[in-house]
Design a binder for this molecule. Structure first.
Ligand code: SF4
Length: 397
């Protein structure tokens, strides 16, 4: 279980207003002790610079690719969740890691850094709707269903990086691994090899993103859609019969990303009609029917590299979070970069971290207070680390 000063468990509740203390039992909508500067304050940039300079090497600021530009400007390094956690671990001299990302990322940073380093999430309301779709109680109950069905022994849990520390710890305790969107295919092959290979009868319980699990199984492992079932934690026995569970090879948790799940086959068709010759590139958290129509599929780091390597004058339609796509468009004025969806689609929880919260966090640190510290309890941290280390030991990772 995760603990910090203000909440104990992520709650699967709707998002609350920024910085308002209306749900103190969860990571949503918590108060910022002291004064949160108004977003209209004209000196925010100056204050952030001054606080960061005052802290010097004592602070290391991490910025996820989906963060706002105003926050990225102050990041010492940018990257995806796993790269950022590793960057934090590589800076043992930094007393404070200010993680401009979402809650599960800050947990991973806490797990991978030393006990002396303190990880700060500038706004505790920055959760991840996908990670919140799998709570530890639900996953423990699901495992009991697999035990009842007589298949737990031939099932390996694999959890996406975008999950709580408690789910990562569960995976470690049950001999599984963590994966990222870059190495999911390697993780699935490794997991199947533990239980008789991809062509055998063993199974994987894949959490919490059904789309990454399905896309990887179908595209990279050559499995069939019929090999996959979706386990719905809100239904008795996941909404599946014992026979369906026994016949399945991939038991996919019913979870998804609220950003990537929005892209549709119609978006792809419309983009191709409007922009002849466009290359459609999407993240594997998109639905399979979208992925099947795309020209390229890959992680955020893959998308960034593909744009870097693209020919001047080429046209691209990108299906991932809008802050990243806008930065890519700015960085590549010699290419046409389109957003795949016709409507705006930021990650609303990632966007909770704004300049006022960053300024507030840094100034609190300068004043000698550590705000919004994220601490994973020792037992979960140990087992989550086992699952993370297993991922690092995967071939080619
Ligand atoms: S983009 Fe999706 S998976 Fe990533 S933090 Fe936002 S809700 Fe979670």
């Amino acid at each position: 279980m995760t603990t910090n000063a203000t909440f104990s468990e992520p709650a699967p509740s709707a998002l609350l207003l920024l910085g308002q203390g209306s749900d103190l039992a969860s990571e949503r909508g918590v108060e910022c002790a002291g004064a949160l500067p108004p977003a209209s304050s004209p000196d925010l940039v100056e204050r952030a610079r001054a606080a960061k300079a005052a802290l010097g090497d004592r602070v290391f600021v991490l910025g996820h690719h989906y963060q706002r530009d105003e926050v990225i400007e102050f990041a010492d390094v940018t990257g995806d969740s796993f790269k950022l956690a590793r960057e934090a671990a590589a800076r043992p001299e930094a007393e404070f890691i200010v993680f401009c990302g979402v809650h599960f990322m800050a947990e991973s940073a806490d797990i991978l850094t030393t006990a002396d380093q303190q990880v700060v999430l500038p706004d505790l309301a920055a959760g991840c709707s996908m990670a919140d779709m799998a709570t530890i109680d639900q996953v423990e109950d699901a495992w009991d269903v697999l035990v009842e069905a007589g298949i737990a022994e031939s099932t390996v849990p694999v959890t996406y990086m975008n999950s709580t520390a408690a789910i990562k710890a569960f995976t470690g305790r049950h001999g599984g691994t963590v994966c990222t969107s870059s190495n999911a295919h390697v993780a699935l092959r490794w997991a199947f090899d533990k239980v008789g290979g991809v062509d055998g009868t063993g199974k994987i319980l894949f959490m919490p993103d059904q789309h990454l699990g399905r896309n990887t199984a179908l595209r990279d492992l050559g499995m069939r859609a019929e090999d996959c079932v979706v386990f719905d934690p809100r239904k008795p026995d996941g909404g599946l019969t014992t026979q369906e569970l026994r016949d399945a090879r991939m038991i996919l948790w019913r979870g998804h990303c609220s950003v990537h799940g929005r892209f549709s086959p119609e978006n792809v068709a419309q983009m191709r009609a409007n922009v002849p010759g466009v290359t459609v590139m999407v993240h594997p958290e998109c639905r399979n029917e979208v992925v099947a129509l795309a020209d390229k599929v890959g992680s955020t780091e893959f998308i960034i590299r593909a744009l870097d390597a693209a020919e001047p004058g080429s046209s691209w339609a990108i299906g991932t979070e809008l802050n990243l796509v806008r930065r890519l468009a700015k960085a590549h004025p010699d290419k046409q970069v389109h957003y795949l969806d016709s409507t705006v689609c930021f990650c609303s929880t990632m966007n909770r971290i704004d300049l006022p919260h960053l300024v507030w966090s840094l100034e609190q640190l300068v004043a000698g207070t550590v705000p919004n510290r994220i601490v994973v309890d020792a037992d979960d941290a140990h087992w989550a680390r086992v699952a993370l280390d297993q991922m690092l030991a995967l071939p080619g990772v």
